[in-house]
Design a protein around this ligand. Structure first.
Ligand SMILES: [Zn+2]
Length: 312
């Protein structure tokens, strides 16, 4: 017998047409509203506490077609646009803010890439710029040739064009970290803004806003400290990421007896799971696009659908 739970992940939820970056890949507030209508007609929204109770007691049934809504990256969108709608409908939500972005007003590299792509329609031109700036790093970091990157990075992506897919893979993952950080910094400064801190304050929720969500019954979980790929760093670095994110939750007045983690980019591995188990992490959310089954899935590796997988 299966015990399915639909877990959905959201990122940007904003009034795209009337925003400064209408090309950002996000969900409009209107579509979010329609998706909530759909969800309420066909599912029963549950809270993280409901999910934990169901995991603990085999006999305790979840309501019909249970669904859990999760919101990644701590965007101001979630406070301004998501929270009022959830609150008015009595729907619980889980929010995963990256601690450093909130505390130190740094824009995550992944977000810098989104806004560069939204500001510059010509992805092929951006790709040319990236490849030409690689020249100055090539010998120090033993970088591959343009042709070798092109060959190793082909493959389909669900939502992006081939140029955008290649850009994202190079700048989010493939290039050595110091190289991609520097290239992303230059592109962001050139095409978006030189004032990263001001941009971060607009983009992410403040500590007070996150604490407010919590007071209104929303769950706040860990999304790491720097939003690193947790499956690509040493166990020591993994422990530091997790512990600093837990310090952040405690600073917000959030108890860590029932805490959860949402893996940045969906990345986890066995050493990370070990660290989470020793710290009594209760639930872990991946980016594996399937419906969760409480009979089958490890509570620390629960799959989630993307909002695009649901009608709206
Ligand atoms: Zn994230």
């Amino acid at each position: 017998m299966s015990r399915p739970v639909t877990i959905v992940m959201y990122h940007y939820v904003r009034d795209l047409e009337r925003s400064r970056f209408p090309a950002i890949k996000g969900l409009s507030v209107e579509r979010f509203r329609r998706q909530l209508d759909y969800i309420q007609a066909r599912h029963t929204p549950i809270s993280l506490a409901d999910l934990l109770q169901a995991l603990e007691s085999e006999g305790r049934d979840l309501p019909p077609n249970p669904i859990l809504l999760t919101f990644d990256d701590g965007y101001s969108d979630h406070f301004a646009n998501v929270f009022p709608l959830l609150d008015s409908r009595g729907i619980p939500g889980c929010f995963f803010p990256p601690a450093q972005a909130v505390l130190e007003h740094k824009v995550l590299d992944v977000n810098k890439i989104h806004f560069v792509l939204a500001a510059v329609p010509d992805a092929a031109g951006l790709l040319d710029q990236v490849f030409s700036s690689l020249a100055e790093f090539r010998s120090e970091y033993a970088l591959k040739t343009r042709e070798a990157y092109l060959q190793s990075l082909t493959g389909e992506h669900r939502y992006d064009t081939p140029e955008v897919t290649l850009l994202k893979r190079l700048l989010q993952r493939e290039l050595p970290e110091p190289v991609r950080t520097e290239i992303v910094r230059r592109l962001f400064t050139k095409y978006v803004t030189a004032d990263e801190a001001a941009f971060a304050c607009e983009l992410y929720m403040s500590v007070d806003q996150i604490a407010c969500l919590r007071r209104h019954g929303m769950h706040i979980g860990s999304h790491g400290y720097t939003h690193a790929w947790l499956n690509r760093i040493s166990p020591e670095a993994q422990a530091i990421e997790i512990d600093r994110s837990l310090d952040f939750l405690r600073m917000l007045g959030i108890g860590t007896s029932e805490w959860s983690v949402c893996y940045p980019y969906g990345g986890f591995n066995e050493s990370l799971l070990q660290i989470l188990r020793t710290r009594r992490c209760r639930l872990g959310f991946t980016a594996d696009a399937r419906i969760a089954d409480l009979h089958v899935n490890d509570p620390l590796t629960l799959p989630r659908l993307d909002t695009n997988d649901l009608p709206s």
